[in-house]
Ligand binder design. Structure first.
Ligand SMILES: *Cc1c(COP(=O)(O)O)cnc(C)c1O
Length: 377
């Protein structure tokens, strides 16, 4: 029987193949390989889609986050508060600046950063809080803004939330957000790409300068910068896919609702916990994350077994992510241990992601759920 991948990039490419080829031909003809017309048009179109005034295309999502943090004044030795349950790049961007990641636990239902704990973690050295809109659902930015101490910025990690909103607000609006166009993201390039989103014109200009060797104009360098630019070929792909993103996100919502129906019996029996959407959120379902019953390392071993069985049955299930940031060797120097962030640890032990992409069929979803039932029993 055919495989069901976690995300079907071949199906996504088939929808845009002709447009992408025609766009590549345009770029090859005009040789605008870095920056240029396609990049400018994409930035304009994505800003409009994202409900912000400015989009600055950069080389990848991690750079976008680093550049946004730097533009907000984060530097060596500063503290940046972020969730323990996230993709490691959130902490990596902070570390690369030479700032200190200060981890906090997540909420038990949505697995998003707990805003109360984030505000409690702020010290005199804190320059920013990074809420991560994980799995396609927005974190409670409004709760952070309501009590944000002076001198602390909110920099959103919107790598998984392209098109999501919370109480009508989109990532970056009124503030600044980073996003990633890694191929597997809701809006994926054919290589690495990312962007910074903001309504703040001055901030957008600073990010653009930092990402282009600090150049505010050609050969005028007021700040020492980096090379992190979006290229023309990626912009072609992103423009073609952006035209279908709203429709794709809607298809993901339909598929997520259908999983809810198919998994209702397992959930009622307490065998799996289904993903929870917070009130006011319109999620874009970057990932569909369920949690198996149980707890601790025993649950983690069983979960790994379930994923292995699903994979053996041709189902591309995954785990996002198998270790909370503080339990990765890369961030062992932060000095945490198991027990410090119980919600993030519990989630990491029990969670698995089921295949979800706009083109997934109800037949494929039925096969995924049948395989999950088999794997659990
Ligand atoms: C993908 C991702 C990033 C990093 O993006 P890259 O483009 O891979 O550098 C950062 N944060 C989160 C939550 C992500 O999912």
């Amino acid at each position: 029987m055919s495989q069901i991948p976690l995300v079907d990039l071949k199906a996504a490419h088939a929808e845009v193949a002709d447009e992408v080829r025609a766009g590549f031909d345009r770029v090859l003809a005009n040789t605008a390989f870095v920056g240029g017309e396609e990049v400018r048009e994409f930035e304009r179109e994505y800003a409009e889609f994202g409900g912000v005034a400015h989009c600055v295309g950069v080389a990848n999502g991690t750079d976008a986050l680093e550049l946004a943090l730097r533009a907000r004044g984060v530097g060596v030795g500063d503290e940046v508060v972020l969730p323990a349950n996230t993709f490691i790049a959130t902490a990596g961007a902070v570390a690369r600046i030479g700032a200190r990641p200060v981890l906090v636990d997540c909420l038990p239902d949505t697995l998003l950063i707990d805003p109360r704990l984030a505000l409690k973690a702020v010290t005199g050295a804190t320059r920013a809080i990074v809420p991560v809109h994980l799995y396609g659902q927005s974190a409670a930015v409004e709760d952070l803004l309501a009590e944000l101490p002076a001198g602390v910025a909110v920099v959103e990690d919107g790598a998984q939330s392209q098109g999501a909103s919370r109480h009508g607000r989109t990532p970056g609006s009124g503030g600044v957000a980073a996003t990633s166009f890694y191929p597997g993201k809701n809006l994926g390039a054919y290589g690495d790409a990312g962007a910074v989103l903001t309504d703040d014109e001055e901030l957008a200009g600073l990010v653009r300068a930092l990402a282009n060797h600090g150049g505010v104009a050609k050969y005028r360098h007021d700040v020492a910068g980096f090379n992190s630019r979006l290229d023309g070929l990626q912009a072609v792909v992103l423009r073609a896919k952006l035209a279908r993103l709203a429709e794709g996100n809607a298809a993901r919502r339909t598929a997520a609702a259908h999983y809810g129906t198919l998994l209702a019996d397992l959930a009622a029996a307490g065998e799996v916990a289904l993903p929870v959407t917070a009130e006011g959120n319109i999620p874009v379902w970057h990932l569909y994350v369920v949690r198996i019953a149980g707890g601790g390392e025993e649950a983690a071993a069983r979960r790994d077994e379930v994923v292995a069985r699903l994979n053996a049955a041709g189902i591309g299930a995954g785990v996002h992510y198998p270790a909370a940031v503080h339990l990765t060797p890369a961030f062992a120097h932060l000095g945490h241990r198991r027990g410090d962030f119980p919600q993030a640890e519990d989630a990491a032990d029990r969670m698995l992601s089921l295949p979800l992409f706009p083109q997934i069929t109800t037949d494929q979803q039925q096969r995924v759920v049948d395989a999950l039932v088999d794997a659990l029993h």
